[in-house]
Design a protein around this ligand. Sequence first.
Ligand code: FEO
Length: 166
Amino acid sequence: MEKALNEQIAMEGNASNKYLAMSCWCDGMGLEGSATFFAQHAEEERMHMLKLVNYIQDVDGKAIIPAFVAPQSDYTDINEVVQTAYESEQKVTKSIYKLVDLALKENDHQTHNFLQWYVSEQLEEEVLMRKIIDKIKLIGEGARSLYYIDQELSNQAATEETGEEA
Ligand code: FEO
């Protein structure tokens, strides 16, 4: 179980870096709202990573802090960024489910309980990314669409800042 949890530390840390790289790409494109949104998510993923580190240490295990894996730094457009984020969240969800399965198999009730927070969090994150993809489809393509998409992500970032429901 400890080895699997350590692998999850790497996954959350890499997700954090991936979002940070997305934030930088958005910033470079003048998409300030989107840059803020992804920077916030980079912080969230770091928090997910730290939560795992602390848990492993709390149960007298040894948390392993992994090396960075270079994230993708260039994208074709904002659609690709959001789609990549969504697919990344789906992968994380699968990984969390595998951890839950393992905890059940090993009768590790403590870890099973700990992981429930991640199960709920993953649902929220997948719903959020899907909503953004749907909004982008609604906004459509065209000269002004980028402005509105960026506005949408900016609103989303502000909502998360205040902790309100999206
Ligand atoms: Fe921590 Fe979004 O996975």
